[in-house]
Design a protein around this ligand. Sequence first.
Ligand code: F6R
Length: 243
Amino acid sequence: MEVVIVKDATAGGELIADGIAGLLRRKPDALLGVATGSTPLPIYDALTAKVRAGAVDVSRARIAQLDEYVGLPAGHPESYRATVLRQVVEPLGLSAEAFMGPDGSAEDVQAACEAYDKALVDAGGVDLQILGIGTDGHIGFNEPCSSLASRTRIKTLTEQTRVDNARFFDNDIEQVPHHVITQGIGTILEARHLVLLATGEGKAEAVAQTVEGPVAALVPASALQLHPHATVVVDEAAASKLK
Ligand code: F6R
């Protein structure tokens, strides 16, 4: 695992966007796995700026979602499908056809999970997966104690994650769904390159456990230690508990 400490979130976004631009030069139709939440926004902003400046051609890139709420009405602005379309697909000038994600409104959620795992394989696999990290060490929505071999499946959010995400739902925890579909840790580990960005002091403990603790289901992000090509980009605040 490679750990890169940068000054702040903007620098982290720039660094990772540079890496994505390099990948797209080598492989123009690369499949990029994207996380939602606040942390990756500087990456998407930096990549969009490069596209607008003509520094990188993303026209053949493909985008894959990491996770999705279950049970939000179709088109809900906080569904992760709507969020990724708004924050990544549209700013990059891609069409919705370039984008794939699990169906959080499927009647048979289990079948939707299996279909998504298969769709990722059929698409040739994720080339670069962007990850954030929860304050409890989750990646995607693989909460503590998730199997390190898990596949895409339905999960129940912890109270802490629902509290953390209430800010996207008018600060009203009642509106935050209880269930999500998430790529499993085993699924995530199949991406060719994992890039985790963590910023802010609130992530410092989770980062320390991810990087310096044992590989353990209690800290799902620690599974990155098992991956042959994992990069953890942290700002100085998120790095503050590293030894
Ligand atoms: C969401 C996801 C989550 C977030 C994590 C951190 O797609 O993958 O694991 O990355 O909850 O969220 P932020 O970045 O909002 O602190």
